[in-house]
Design a protein around this ligand. Structure first.
Ligand SMILES: [Zn+2]
Length: 466
């Protein structure tokens, strides 16, 4: 029976450019989407960009654009290009300025207003523009947002509030019982700890002075708070297919936006009468050469630069191989280069090159693709997002195949020797198995290997980096 699988990344802030951080989430979701498609499942993979809000309006002005929408159009092309470069196989790229999305948000929020889930009130408090988030004094260090090292604005305006507080108990129950799954366990505990310790406050879901946003249908002077706008993409993007794909099977996020996804999002769904998403998985943070990734201090690597130098597959491989998914870790270009040279060029590349050269010399035909090979039994690991462990298992096979060549020394045999044919048969089967297991992670390499196995035209898979 075909199963459906709806997976999402968060929306990325349109004014940024794709760097290793956003690539990490997007690659992970892509691996899952490709894997589930290979099982024959009905997959829907959605990613996209978040384009509204005061921060965006300001960025557009700074960049010299009169109209924020023109700036968004300009920015979006870079995101799409980055994902194309990385071979991201999304089914839909959503923009929060899409008309369908805007209309959906208006209908959704009107429904909450009509149901009495939203009320008019006065907001007085602090707002960090960098986070696009209302802050409590307890969130701050020396009165500054610790993420942005800047003082939040004092805001005093008439807003509309969503009755978030009434969902506190319900959420605790749903999360504790795993009816709404939050993974890994540390993140679940973090959310439960927060929900049990602090009394949830109702949250302002509109802004009076932000023009660049989706208008409230019943009060045109107000626009929808950009986080509510962004979260609703998970529903609006599949609206015409919601019977098939809702509830979402997996929202992949970074742990910095856990609260929005584990508290506000399910409460909005409950208020709107929707089923809850099945699972949230929050991965860890990584540092770049031991330091926080930061655009302002220049400690950042952009996807385009990496792909140009190492190719998409090496980037996809290195990021998922380096850090156990869910935990914090460190990445650097040096680490990517090492993975490229050692695991990919030396271990995998040489295995394929040596074998195909020998097969060709022995005048065997490239018929190995017709052979049924068993699988590496990685489905259970992939189900649990253990990407690093899967890659370790595949590259253990690569090591063993190299060991097998070195032990059997096939180059010592005469071309027509039966034993040589046997050894080469085994090697080709091993390589076929490796290439098939690698497909979700390294689609280009997987195709190249299978084509080389068939045509017996051996070319280095990972040429030396200049
Ligand atoms: Zn902030």
């Amino acid at each position: 029976m075909t199963k459906k699988f709806y997976v999402t990344t968060p929306l990325y802030y349109s004014n940024d450019k794709a760097h290793v951080g956003s690539a990490y989430t997007t690659i992970a979701a892509d691996v899952l989407a490709r894997w589930r498609r290979s099982l024959g499942d009905d997959v829907y993979y959605q990613t996209g960009v978040d384009e509204h809000g005061a921060k965006m309006e300001k960025a557009a002005k700074l960049a010299g654009f009169k109209n924020p929408k023109e700036f968004c159009d300009y920015q979006t092309q870079f995101w799409k290009k980055a994902w194309q470069d990385l071979n991201i196989s999304y089914d839909f790229f959503i923009r929060t300025t899409d008309t369908e999305h805007e209309q959906f948000v208006q209908r959704f929020i009107k429904k909450l207003w009509d149901k009495g889930e939203i009320y008019k009130g006065k907001y007085e408090g602090l707002y960090c523009l960098g986070c696009e988030e209302f802050k409590e004094p307890s969130d701050l260090i020396d009165e500054k947002c610790p993420m942005h090292n800047s003082k939040p604005q004092k805001i005093k305006e008439i807003n509309y509030f969503f009755k978030l507080s009434k969902y506190q108990k319900i959420l605790i129950g749903l999360i504790e019982s795993d009816k709404f799954k939050i993974k890994p366990k540390e993140r679940k505990n973090e959310v439960l700890g927060f929900l049990k310790k602090e009394k949830l406050k109702d949250i302002s879901v509109s802004r009076e002075k932000v023009v660049w946003g989706i208008q409230l249908p019943w009060d045109k002077k107000q626009t929808v708070y950009c986080w509510v706008d962004a979260l609703l993409n998970y529903l609006s993007g599949i609206e015409s297919k919601s019977k098939i794909f809702w509830p979402a099977d997996l929202h992949l996020i970074g742990k910095d936006i856990l609260k929005f996804h584990a508290v506000l999002w399910p409460a909005l769904l409950l208020a709107g009468g929707y089923k809850l998403s099945k699972k949230i998985f929050a991965h860890g943070f990584f540092t770049l050469q031991g330091k926080k990734i930061s655009k302002t201090s220049g400690n950042i690597i952009y996807v385009s630069v990496l792909v140009e130098k190492y190719g998409a597959d090496a980037v996809r491989y290195s990021l998922l191989r380096e850090i156990p998914f869910g935990q914090d870790g460190d990445i650097s270009e040096e680490k990517i280069a090492n993975r490229y040279n050692n695991d990919l060029a030396n271990d995998l590349g040489n295995l394929v090159l040596r074998t195909i050269t020998l097969v060709k010399k022995a005048k065997l035909k490239g018929e190995i693709l017709k052979v049924e090979v068993s699988s590496l039994k990685i489905d259970n690991l992939l189900q649990n997002l253990k990407f690093k462990e899967v890659l370790e298992k595949i590259f253990q096979e690569v090591k063993e195949a190299n060991f097998y060549i070195n032990k059997e020394k096939p180059w010592q045999f005469d071309h027509s020797d039966k034993k040589l044919r046997q050894i080469l048969q085994i090697l080709q089967e091993k390589i076929l198995l490796i290439s098939k297991s690698l497909e979700p992670f390294m689609p280009e390499t997987s195709t190249k290997i299978q084509s080389q196995l068939q045509t017996l035209k051996a070319e280095p898979l990972f040429p030396r980096i200049k």
